[in-house]
Design a protein around this ligand. Structure first.
Ligand SMILES: Cc1cc2nc3c(=O)[nH]c(=O)nc-3n(C[C@H](O)[C@H](O)[C@H](O)COP(=O)(O)O)c2cc1C
Length: 174
């Protein structure tokens, strides 16, 4: 699939066929995530691949809006090492979530290009889901869950979403 076509046709998919995703396909998707940009090229990501049905079912408890993970083939939990992401502690900021976003977007696009469906479900910055996920999956203290990417072979073709168009483009000055 050509990149521009992929960008314009990707949609969030929440209904999946009862079919597993091959390990090589998951590895390919994660390779795409590892090629995302990151501030100061820290590449602070870790990817937790979840295929166990009991674990997938537990997302309904940890993040209610990700409950459809129970019918998915896999979740890739995108995590960021807080100690690795570029930050200025004294000034109170970190690129942690922005790095997580870039990797998540690459996963969505790679999945789409490989014939899979995917949906980005939020973890960060919601304190409840973050705490629940950290505890359930026994993440080390320095590892922050960022997003829950739900994946599977698609069993729906969602309608095109209306998009803001050229009225949101500003040239030179607002
Ligand atoms: C940060 C973020 C968090 C999201 N969280 C959820 C979620 O918890 N559950 C869900 O079903 N969709 C979630 N979505 C998907 C959005 O609802 C979806 O991207 C939006 O409706 C646009 O549809 P599209 O992805 O098909 O273009 C999230 C998307 C983003 C970017």
């Amino acid at each position: 699939m050509e990149l521009m076509e992929g960008l314009l046709t990707r949609r969030s998919i929440r209904k999946f066929q009862d079919r597993p995703i091959e390990k090589e396909v998951l590895e390919k998707i994660i390779k795409a995530a590892e090629h995302a940009p990151s501030a100061h090229n820290t590449q602070p990501w870790h990817f937790l691949v979840i295929q166990n049905k009991e674990h997938l079912k537990h997302f309904r408890v940890m993040q209610r809006s990700a409950l459809f993970a129970e019918n998915a083939a896999a979740v890739i939990l995108v995590c960021v090492d807080k100690g690795e992401s570029f930050s200025r502690e004294k000034e109170g900021w970190s690129y942690q979530d922005i790095d997580g976003s870039a990797a998540t977007m690459n996963i969505l696009l790679a999945a789409h290009s490989l014939g899979l469906g995917a949906c980005w479900c939020g973890a960060s910055p919601m304190t409840g889901p973050i705490a629940a996920i950290k505890e359930y999956f026994e993440l080390p203290e320095n590892i922050a869950p960022f997003s829950i990417v739900v994946l599977g072979y698609p069993d729906e073709t969602p309608k095109e979403m209306p998009r803001h168009s050229t009225e949101r483009i500003h040239w030179e000055k607002w």
